[in-house]
Design a protein around this ligand. Structure first.
Ligand code: SF4
Length: 415
């Protein structure tokens, strides 16, 4: 696979006229990341944009200059991306000139962009004195909650190789103070959601995820119990039985998934497969392989369709990690075949298989690995959307409004 003569956004939007240019730009902003000029960094720290001071990815630098929310493109597409190590990748630059943000590639201006504004609940405290911005983070229309700030796969060094999540609890605790506990109190979640949804028209989806805790008499029992309590607490904010929500969690038994459905108002479940190929799954996700392997993860998603219904069960994969060496694919065709096979299999069983663009993070086991070219991602999202359409599936719970992290669900807007 040669990346030497990669096509960029403009060339690919001519070649693939059925994919909007801004979606291709989104894919590449996610793939290569961004750097903010000093003017842009200052502008994103002003009251309209200022991001949360402590997140699962916080460092001492971001505590001083918090990262803003996702980028917004001119068509409303949101882009979850972030600063990149420019010695490894070639990030885009975002600059701020005469009151507007622009994205540049090698000095050439590509487009005007904006950032998601700061939600009104940031800066407020719960009645227990916990900063709400340490509990929930905002995308343009989605609220992200992380009720458990640790992943036990890291205890045995069996974390997913691409992951940089929850790796620095110590720094995060130092930054946020004593209120920053490993387990978030359900009442703090209840109050934060109550405050967040007061902002008119802002949020249309609540998302929960966390690190994995497989403890309990039956594996994952403690985690499931915690999610039930948390979802019940959040649900007190709504008059309807179900509220727009998704839980991204490990593969649970059918009984555990049923419990989540019966005892809470959760509307969608997403056990992430991360990588489809059997051997790569074992290598890249050793923790998931141990608790209980790829077949178990697949079965869990399929069983969940009987409970949540067709189209309400999702599984994300980290598009690009299938190329990492020494065991990954060496050709684009191989990787596309593998992912289209997965999408076909999940789609015919009522599960939505969604891509997330992989960017090798500095603190992860895959730092320094080469990413596939942009054209791979363009071909990938076209193929995924076609397959799901064929099976009558739409990613309503994970579309551009409810999530914004998937180029394929952005493209699905055209259907
Ligand atoms: S399950 Fe994998 S991706 Fe999720 S927090 Fe743990 S190591 Fe990271």
């Amino acid at each position: 696979m040669s990346h030497n003569q990669e096509s960029g956004v403009e060339a690919l939007s001519e070649k693939y006229a059925d994919v909007p240019r801004l979606i291709i730009l989104k894919l590449d902003l996610q793939r290569r990341g961004i750097t903010l000029s000093d003017a842009a960094a200052d502008a994103t720290c002003t009251p309209y944009y200022r991001g949360p001071e402590v997140t699962a990815f916080s460092t001492k630098e971001t505590a001083v200059r918090p990262l803003p929310g996702p980028i917004l493109l001119r068509d409303g597409t949101s882009v979850l991306t972030g600063p990149t190590d420019s010695t490894l990748l070639k990030p885009y630059t975002v600059d701020y000139i005469d009151g507007k943000f622009y994205v540049y590639d090698n000095g050439e201006r590509l487009d005007e962009v904006d950032f998601s504004p700061r939600p009104e609940f940031y800066g407020k405290l719960t009645s227990r004195g916990v900063p709400m911005e340490s509990i929930a983070w905002s995308r343009p229309q989605r609220l992200d909650l992380y009720p458990y700030r640790y992943c036990h796969y890291w205890d045995t060094r069996e974390q997913c190789k691409f992951c940089g999540f929850f790796t620095d609890l110590k720094t995060q605790k130092q930054l946020a103070g004593d209120s920053y506990a490993k387990i978030v109190h359900p009442e703090d979640l209840f109050e934060t959601v109550r405050e967040a949804i007061k902002e008119p028209g802002r949020f249309s989806q609540i998302n929960l995820t966390a690190g994995t805790d497989y403890s309990g008499e039956v594996p994952f029992e403690n985690e499931v119990k915690r999610y039930v309590e948390v979802l019940q607490a959040i649900g007190r904010n709504f008059k309807t039985r179900r509220f727009p929500s998704q839980l991204i969690a490990p593969a649970y038994s059918k009984q555990q998934v049923k419990r989540l459905y019966d005892e809470t108002g959760l509307s969608s479940y997403c056990p992430d497969i991360e990588v489809w190929d059997k051997e790569l799954f074992k290598w890249i996700c050793p923790g998931k392989e141990k608790w209980y392997g790829r077949d178990y993860w697949i079965k869990s998603a399929l069983d969940a369709v009987e409970i949540f219904g067709k189209g309400n069960v999702y599984t994300n994969f980290v598009a690009g990690v299938e190329f990492v060496q020494p065991h990954g694919f060496t050709s684009i065709e191989q990787a596309l075949d593998s992912n289209f096979e997965a999408c076909e299999y999940f789609s015919k069983n009522g599960v939505v298989y969604l891509s997330i663009v992989w960017r090798p993070g500095r603190g992860t086991g895959l730092a320094g690995q080469q990413q596939p070219p942009l054209e791979y991602y363009v071909r990938l999202i076209r193929g995924l959307v076609e397959i799901r359409k064929h099976y009558g599936l739409a990613s309503d719970n994970d579309d551009f409004k409810h999530c914004g992290n998937h180029g394929d669900s952005d493209l699905e807007r055209l259907n």
